[in-house]
Design a protein around this ligand. Structure first.
Ligand SMILES: [Zn+2]
Ligand SMILES: [Zn+2]
Ligand SMILES: [Zn+2]
Length: 317
């Protein structure tokens, strides 16, 4: 059997980092890299990819220097099939988390971290890996020659089982072709009450290859860097300084060195602003592009194609 993939742990708490490392060693992983912030994580990730590795990334949702969205999309740009597992203590229904899942977080790990959960996620990753990547010939044969129905059915079952909701477009994308046998098998699952068809899904598709495996990349509107974080700014009315809350050490304005006194009177707090780590600029909005994970084409929202297809929801497989 092939050896285990490298794992990259991105976690600012050394205690949790150590715990994860211990768990993973128990699961047989030996190449484990630990980073405590976003920028070194991206550097390490690039180095591993340059060595033709396909690391599994455990990403902490809250890091001091960089937004999780920024880290995720920078990794996807380097390796479109990057496997990023998000660790978070926040609810799965949180808007921020939902967005990350939509953008391409591979799996989700709840904090406090339990060994059983970590184990099952890594088992799923390994299973999926052998299914889609270690047997490309199998997929190719499926495409070209007479297809073996049971294999297609197994693949469809696997795809549906790993997502709660999925469109026909995406199923076809993952299998690698579209034909009668897919739709008739979905009909069969529908008749058996295993899945139900819900409203059609309109999805963004690549304007070059038509794929619906798309993610978004985010960047600073001024300097185009993807290295940013979400944070709080303070505006000191008297001198006009606007910088991060943390720059006001002991409530002293970093620009005029006077003490800020009363919120709303001589200063205000600006919540949820994107702060660029590169040019130090800030704004309440961040710019975005779309990235095709199949052909790596980049395009803007107004250049995208839209594809509509039936959407299915898993009931009980
Ligand atoms: Zn000031
Ligand atoms: Zn910038
Ligand atoms: Zn494409």
């Amino acid at each position: 059997m092939s050896s285990k993939d490298d794992v990259l742990i991105v976690e600012d708490s050394p205690a949790i980092g150590m715990l994860l490392k211990n768990y993973l060693e128990k699961l047989g992983y030996t190449q484990i890299h630990t980073c405590t912030n976003g920028s070194t994580a991206i550097e390490t990730f690039k180095e591993l990819v340059a060595l033709e590795k396909h690391p599994i990334v455990l990403l902490d949702y809250m890091l001091p220097d960089m937004d999780a969205r920024s880290i995720l999309t920078q990794m996807l740009e380097v390796q479109p099939n990057a496997r990023v597992v998000l660790e978070t203590a926040t609810e799965k229904d949180d808007v921020g988390i939902k967005e990350l899942i939509r953008l391409g977080v591979y799996q989700y790990l709840e904090k406090p971290i339990r060994f059983e959960n970590l184990k099952s996620i890594f088992e799923t990753i390994e299973k999926e890996q052998s299914f889609f990547e270690e047997e490309p010939e199998q997929v190719k044969i499926l495409k070209q020659e007479k297809q073996d129905q049971t294999q297609i059915h197994d693949q469809i079952n696997f795809i549906i089982n790993s997502s709660k909701q999925i469109s026909l477009n995406l199923i076809e994308q993952l299998i690698g072709f579209s034909n009668e046998s897919i739709t008739s098998y979905l009909k069969e699952l529908e008749d058996k009450g295993k899945i139900i068809r819900i409203d059609d899904k309109k999805e963004i598709a690549c304007n070059q290859c038509d794929s619906v495996k798309i993610t978004q990349t985010f960047y600073c509107p001024s300097c185009k860097s993807s290295n940013f974080k979400l944070g709080k700014l303070i505006e000191h009315y008297e001198c006009g300084n606007i910088t991060e809350e943390s720059t006001y050490t002991n409530d002293v304005c970093p620009s005029c060195n006077k003490t800020i006194k009363a919120l709303g009177v001589d200063y205000r707090v600006m919540q949820n602003h994107y702060i660029c780590n590169n040019c130090k600029g800030f704004s309440s909005e961040i710019s975005t592009d779309y990235l095709c994970l199949k052909c790596e084409n980049k395009f803007k929202f107004d250049e995208c194609r839209w594809k509509t297809s039936p959407n299915y929801k898993l009931i009980n497989m």
